[in-house]
Design a protein around this ligand. Structure first.
Ligand SMILES: Nc1ncnc2c1ncn2[C@@H]1O[C@H](COP(=O)(O)OP(=O)(O)O)[C@@H](O)[C@H]1O
Ligand SMILES: [Mg+2]
Length: 402
């Protein structure tokens, strides 16, 4: 039995060139390091994929993100061999996909992967259950058996009650759910999703993202998800691969992409993103270093160092009071400087969730499930973290223009 977390899909130095002679001069130019524009100018060929390598681990949501034309669809289509590659290798579960042909290829696609596209590709006049079971029908699974599988898949996407409705009666979001149910019905290891939610209204889209994440957790599918929307990528991706002009620019966790953009191009993308949503409190908090209520005011101030404040904890380690520099310098003794009106949160809260509380300028207590103090969250650090990307972009601009 294959294990969660091990590699299941790998693209290895993949080139895909569109044009009459993909392995001719265009390929030589690409190999010599020329980019998409230059290859097009000098050879009239389109460099769809330019030395693309990435691997997807079993059980993760791996998102390929880039602007229109950056090569996302081309990349996903090499995985189920809807495209041949010009050079390089594509491995799926240890199989070199390029070697598959005919019925072997069909069987491989059927068993290993389900696909969901932006356009629903449903039969409007057939009912929901038959649309969900269409892939199984192609596989010649008997009707009774495929209805059981279809109903199970429909229940995963919340559409079981609509099983016998005509598909054309459903809203866009519901139709896309049917598409997802169809991909899930044959219970494949891998879901390939190309801009699957891109045509949906923002609210419905977020709901679908949430549901997909729940389904993925429950069934532990591997999902290769394509989007042109960085917010979507960062929201649902365990890891995100950013593409530009057919090449990979950066691969990383959402946090890495946000806090360490590899190039000015990524940084520019990132500046449009609402940082606080994905950065967790635990990444910004400092070790608690509580003070004792019995200290003198001077010692307490001294022990703060450059911290904005520190907490007093009870004998269970739970925070009871906070002592801030601002209160300390105006007080005559420690006890009159202690306050109880501080906020607390868990380590997985996002910066966005604590942003309003941080506005009061008082440190926030980070506590574990038992209410024990595990971190001290300085409002300045939240503001700094949220401003970091702007600084990075300024830095890149200076490098480029000076
Ligand atoms: N069948 C094709 N023939 C010629 N060019 C293609 C073909 N398919 C894609 N391309 C080109 O390859 C590049 C990547 O396209 P695509 O992978 O569809 O981008 P994305 O999905 O990121 O929008 C684009 O420049 C596109 O015009
Ligand atoms: Mg596309």
């Amino acid at each position: 039995m294959a294990e969660l977390g091990e590699e299941i899909i790998r693209l290895e130095n993949v080139y895909k060139i569109f044009g009459p002679q993909p392995r001719g001069r265009a390929f030589d130019l690409a190999k010599s390091g020329l980019g998409k524009d230059a290859v097009l100018r000098q050879s009239g060929h389109v460099l769809g994929l330019n030395d693309v390598s990435f691997s997807v681990n079993r059980g993760e949501i791996f998102v390929v993100m880039g602007l229109s034309g950056s090569g996302k669809s081309t990349a996903i289509r090499t995985v189920n061999k809807l495209h041949d590659v010009t050079s390089g290798h594509v491995w799926v579960d240890g199989v070199d996909v390029q070697t598959l042909k005919g019925t072997d290829l069909q069987a491989f696609r059927r068993v290993k992967m389900g696909m969901v596209f932006q356009h629903f590709a449903l039969f409007p006049h057939r009912n929901v259950i038959d649309n969900a079971g269409y892939g199984l029908k192609v596989q010649k699974v008997p009707k009774a058996e495929r209805d059981v599988a279809s109903l199970k898949a429909l229940s995963l996407v919340g559409l079981e009650p609509y099983a016998n409705n005509a598909t054309q009666e459903l809203s866009g979001g519901m139709q896309q759910r049917v598409g997802l149910a169809r991909a899930l019905a044959s219970d494949p290891d891998i879901l390939l999703m190309d801009e699957a939610f891109s045509a949906l209204d923002p609210l419905i889209r977020r709901q679908m993202q949430d549901e997909l994440m729940v389904i993925q957790k429950e069934l532990q599918k591997t999902i290769l998800f394509i989007t042109h929307d960085l917010n979507e990528a960062l929201r649902i991706g365990d890891r995100v691969c950013i593409m530009k002009d057919g090449a990979v620019v950066q691969i990383g966790t959402p946090e890495e992409i946000l806090t360490q953009p590899a190039t000015g191009y990524v940084a520019e993308f990132v500046q449009d993103v609402d940082q606080g949503r994905v950065i967790e409190v635990q990444e910004v908090m400092i070790t608690p270093g509580p003070i004792k209520a019995s200290m003198s005011l001077g010692d307490a101030l001294h022990s703060l160092g450059d911290r904005a404040g520190a907490f007093v904890v009870d004998d269970q380690g739970r925070p009871t009071h906070v002592f801030t520099v601002n209160d300390g310098i105006q007080a005559s003794d420690l006890s009159s400087a202690l306050r109880t009106d501080f906020e607390q949160c868990g380590p997985h809260a996002t910066l966005n969730e604590v942003y309003a509380a941080a506005g009061r300028g008082i440190p926030i207590a980070v506590v574990d499930d038992d209410g024990k103090l595990i971190g001290n969250l300085d409002p300045r650090h939240i503001m700094e973290e949220m401003g970091r990307v702007e600084q990075l972009i300024d830095g890149f601009e200076r490098e480029v223009f000076m």
